[in-house]
Design a protein around this ligand. Sequence first.
Ligand SMILES: Cc1cc2nc3c(=O)[nH]c(=O)nc-3n(C[C@H](O)[C@H](O)[C@H](O)COP(=O)(O)O)c2cc1C
Length: 142
Amino acid sequence: MIRQILYLSDPCPDAGTPGEVLDGILAVSRRNNPALGITGALTMTSGTYVQVLEGDPEVLDHVVAEIRDDHRHTGLDIVSDRMVELRAFSRFAMAFADPQEAARDGVADLVRQLHDGAGPGPATALIRAMAHRAVEDATASH
Ligand SMILES: Cc1cc2nc3c(=O)[nH]c(=O)nc-3n(C[C@H](O)[C@H](O)[C@H](O)COP(=O)(O)O)c2cc1C
């Protein structure tokens, strides 16, 4: 079994332009995550970061604590935290799900439901939508 966390957070406007900030986060994630056995995906929708992290439970405790302290965002809210049989992003150190394509899958709507405290249904649907749109080496700048 593997731990899978889904969280939402709010970008800090003074951290830089959204594309540059996202690219920086993707780069550091792709550098660090393989050695940590972490996989996942990141996107942004309606001004909210959405990240899925998968890995060993204790490793994730440390990584999430570090990410929570990152000044590039605030208000990190874990909306789903569960043990799963299989990784949804096994091929990806940190996939990027293109916001425009994700929007077609109703991702923004699912995020709104999760913000409002919805249960596990929207979280599962959101992770599935991100897996559908996940791409290996894309960056946010193009
Ligand atoms: C939204 C968001 C997601 C992040 N995701 C990861 C991640 O998956 N892996 C990671 O190592 N760092 C991630 N970071 C960056 C960490 O907060 C931190 O800057 C980084 O781990 C420091 O790595 P370094 O010591 O190698 O410079 C993320 C930051 C933000 C704002």
